[in-house]
Design a protein around this ligand. Sequence first.
Ligand code: FAD
Length: 402
Amino acid sequence: MIVVERHEVLVVGAGNAGVSLAAKLLKDGARDVAVVDRRQVHRYRPLLNYVGSGEATTADLERAQHEVLPSAATWVRDDVASVDPGARTVTLGGGRTLGYGTLVLATGLPEDWDAVPGLRAAYDAGWAGSTFVDTSAVRVWPALRDLARGTVVFTIPPEPAPCGATALKPLLMACEHWQRAGVLANLDVRLVTPFDSVLDVPQADERLEPILASYGVQVHHASRVATVDAANRSLTLSTPDGEETLDDVAFAHVVPPYRAPRWVEDAGLGTGPAGLVDVDPETLRHHRHPDVWALGDVANHGTRSSGGALRDQVKVLAHNLAAVHNAGGPAADAELHRYDGYTVMPITTSRQRLLLVEVDREGRSSPSAPFVDLTRPRRSTWLFDRYGLLQVYYRRILRGRV
Ligand SMILES: Cc1cc2nc3c(=O)[nH]c(=O)nc-3n(C[C@H](O)[C@H](O)[C@H](O)COP(=O)(O)OP(=O)(O)OC[C@H]3O[C@@H](n4cnc5c(N)ncnc54)[C@H](O)[C@@H]3O)c2cc1C
């Protein structure tokens, strides 16, 4: 194997995590940072839920990747296909091998289509879809908007998932739309959640349960979609009481399950059933390979993933890489900063109101504005989520100004 190129820091993935970290490292003085990603288009993914609710377009959330990546970073326009942590190399889909001093995995989570037989075909047929799949989000609102009768199914994805709680956004925004259109009573709206309560987060559940009840949504607790049959417009759920089939479904907003890229596990870097990168959840450093780190959705950070969680993860990881670099070797544990698992769950409860739940790894409330109860649905929070954060994301977060 010939290593043609070597970088001090090699970041895999130019999504929210990879770009923010690369920008922060360069801002803090790093000189050789390369980012590997084939994608030409960068997406602010939280806005996909507003696309699927008729409140935004894909043009609102997309930017050219070359405008988003820091100009001082080397952009490697390819995918990583394998890693050899012993040799400190990655091999790209195109066949090249790159060496690294420090490797940061930030690939996000690919969909695990095989886990739900029939789901991919149902997406292709347009009978199923979701805001969580970039190419499907534009088809969600046209499918939901004009429904006037029948059964509609929504799901919350099992963990790990990219901010799975926000799968409630298209459901609750559609419900308010149907209520205003006077058709909600004719619709049989179902929510399938893997949790015993709505989200298994008491601060969110106590707000959400009465709202779901007010819209007449029937909730299937501790359940998952097991198989999907687009030809017969039916889904089979796996529930605590056994299998249950929902027939004659008008539209199925089924978020696919997720898992880490297979090559993470093949390289001996993964852990758990979803093969997430086996990092120390607090320092974000790999348990067995000290040159490997991870952040974002692909990292086993022990909390629910979200873009909001990355603000803290980027700060901690940038500090820790500098600490190790400055120590000229493995830094003493005491010098490393620790991520407390802070994460966010922003949920629209209607088309112009949003509640925000912020918790740490133990599920304790961790409010960013301690004197305002953001778990109460507010129009101001919705305005910030729909319009403000997009600006903050492209102007500050992706520029390493967290
Ligand atoms: C519909 C939806 C709504 C959301 N809403 C919110 C919200 O309201 N609030 C919130 O805080 N968070 C929200 N999130 C979550 C947030 O978007 C993610 O947590 C965040 O994007 C994670 O960043 P990431 O960089 O880890 O992954 P991503 O942003 O998914 O980026 C991963 C990147 O890695 C690249 N990649 C993948 N495999 C490879 C490979 N083999 N080689 C090289 N590159 C690779 C991909 O092309 C991609 O560019 C939402 C997510 C979705 C899907």
